[in-house]
Design a protein around this ligand. Structure first.
Ligand code: HEC
Length: 92
């Protein structure tokens, strides 16, 4: 949980204008569809692991770490922005 907290602190520093959803989509299509299609983000909110922007960013960061690839903070932010715009539509 300490690592997650540190990650969130860093993510919170990335200004909103830095988020690039199109870049996020490219990253998603390249690295994330190995295990699930975007359908997983459409599941019923009661079953979703994501209810807030913070949870979305955390989930993205953890899943990204599982891919074995290296992602920058900006990559993670773009991924979260892309998923939020296309699926979750959570208030920031
Ligand atoms: C190694 C397989 C694997 C890869 C690669 C993977 N995921 Fe996932 N992801 C999962 C599984 C399994 C779940 C569902 C977990 C559950 O339901 O408990 C999930 C769930 C999620 C969720 C939560 C969905 C919801 O609404 O509940 C998000 C967000 C997510 N992944 C984002 C990503 C992103 C972004 C990437 C690429 C950086 C990625 N995942 C790559 C296996 C993977």
């Amino acid at each position: 949980m300490k690592i997650a907290a540190a990650l969130m602190a860093i993510l919170a520093c990335v200004p909103a204008w830095a988020q690039d959803a199109q870049r996020g989509k490219a990253l998603y299509d390249t690295h994330c569809v190995a295990c699930h299609y975007e359908r997983i983000h459409k599941r019923d909110p009661s079953r979703s692991l994501v209810r807030t922007v913070t949870q979305l960013r955390l989930e993205v960061a953890q899943r990204a770490a599982n891919t074995g690839q290296r992602f920058t903070i900006v990559d993670l932010d773009d991924l979260a922005e892309y998923l939020n715009r296309t699926h979750y539509r959570l208030e920031k």
